[in-house]
Design a protein around this ligand. Structure first.
Ligand SMILES: Nc1ncnc2c1ncn2[C@@H]1O[C@H](COP(=O)(O)OP(=O)(O)O)[C@@H](O)[C@H]1O
Ligand SMILES: [Mg+2]
Length: 397
């Protein structure tokens, strides 16, 4: 019997469109002999739709027409199962619920990749691919992620972190703290966005104030760290779970600008090209042109990051290499990386189809492990409790 896999993508996130590209790539690569695939597209408004047309990218170019041609759905707990329920039922053409065996989230960014969607799936009791609530949430907050890395003894650039309101109340204090603790040049980042949105560098006080103003317009929590001037960026993917994981070959993405921008990442550096293929199209060198030793160091470090976070599934860890000192710093983790980093795994010898098999079996493995844990305790505590008859007065039941 085939496994029914629901691919969830879209959602209320600035990386909504990129998620559609990543999800369609994944659905097209999954083995149809093994899996019945259900696309579940979540609109920017949070509504869920399904249609077989969502298995291809072209229909997404006319979103209005696609939605008009799709079925609004929801997920419902039904006995021990979770089913996909069709909301528009016609009188004589009832659409049967479909039992979902596992969910494959292919979402990027806040409100979904950050543990939100994972929490929803845990609440329903559905197995799902990838990081759990805690690792997703920690991975999304650049500051909390750094604290966890620091606690695990892993190398990160020193940073300060503050809330927008704190800054609004005393701008000079924040700027003074940044100058004292970090020093120019600095880089200012909203803690929970991706794709370089809201990030800028500052070489002096005026630029720093502008950079903070930009960052607080995107997030109420901001991080400032030292900007590495002689920087190379090296990324490495990890697949597995905390018990056992492996690291891919390293890649070096190339920048057109000082900061690897949204355009570089998703539009191949050319807005007019139109033919975006997600992260897989970004100019990059695979494997990265670094020494064997450096590559081994980064791959080992990547596995340590994954374990420290309690990761699961496929992630991409981005490192900063300071070419002056040859030091490597953990920069950030993408718990659902663009294109699921399939291009790194293909370069490591694992075809995309097999990567998807592996991710789905990891999801079931975690779910089985959880089933062995005790979540309920039988007690007769309620039998001895009584509030008398008054207690029922305010009841709405
Ligand atoms: N400490 C740093 N020094 C210099 N450049 C940096 C530093 N941190 C980030 N960058 C640049 O900014 C880009 C975006 O920052 P990053 O932390 O990766 O956020 P995002 O989640 O937006 O990808 C990086 O790809 C890199 O080009
Ligand atoms: Mg990045």
């Amino acid at each position: 019997m085939k496994t029914t896999v629901a691919f969830m993508f879209g959602c209320r996130s600035v990386e909504h469109e990129v998620s559609i590209i990543s999800a369609v790539q994944a659905m097209r690569s999954a083995d149809r002999e093994k899996y019945d695939i259900i696309p579940i597209y979540v609109t920017k408004n949070g509504e869920m739709y399904t249609s077989n047309k969502m298995l291809e990218i072209e229909p997404f170019r006319d979103m209005k027409a696609l939605i008009a041609d799709s079925e609004p759905v929801t997920m419902i707990k039904s006995g021990n199962d979770v089913v996909l329920h069709f909301l528009n039922q016609k009188l004589f053409k009832k659409k049967d619920d479909i039992v979902i065996n596992v969910v494959f989230p292919v979402v990027h960014g806040t409100n979904c990749e950050d543990g939100t969607l994972q929490g929803y799936l845990d609440f329903l009791g559905l197995p799902y691919v990838g990081c759990d609530v805690l690792s997703s949430a920690v991975g999304m907050d650049k500051a909390v992620f750094k604290y966890v890395m620091q606690a695990a003894g892993l190398p990160v650039l020193p940073c300060i972190c503050f809330y927008a309101r704190e800054y609004a109340q005393d701008r000079d204090a924040t700027i003074g703290r940044a100058e004292k603790e970090i020093g120019y040049p600095m880089i200012v980042k909203p803690v929970n966005l991706g794709s370089s949105v809201g990030i800028s560098k500052a070489a002096d006080r005026t630029a720093l104030a502008d950079a903070i103003d930009l960052a607080v317009s995107f997030s109420d929590k901001v991080l400032i760290e030292h900007a590495v001037t002689s920087i190379r960026e090296i990324n490495c993917s990890v697949v597995g779970d905390p018990d056992s994981c492996e690291a891919s070959v390293c890649e070096e993405p190339f920048m057109n600008d000082e900061i690897l921008s949204y355009e570089d990442k998703y539009l191949g550096g050319n807005k007019k090209s139109g033919g975006s293929k997600g992260m897989a199209s970004l100019a990059r060198k695979i494997p990265a042109d670094i020494s064997e030793e450096k590559s081994a160091e980064i791959r080992e470090l990547a596995k340590k990051v994954f374990k420290a976070l309690g990761g699961s599934g496929v992630v991409r860890i981005d490192f900063i290499l300071d070419t002056d000192s040859d030091a490597v710093y953990v920069n950030e983790i993408n718990t659902i990386p663009g294109s699921l980093s399939f291009y790194l795994w293909e370069a490591t010898g694992l075809p995309y189809r097999e990567l998807i098999d592996r991710l789905i079996s990891l999801a079931f493995r975690r779910s089985r492990n959880r089933e062995n844990l005790t979540f309920t305790i039988d007690t007769n505590i309620l039998s001895g409790v009584s509030f008398g008859s008054k207690g029922a007065k305010g009841s709405k039941m």
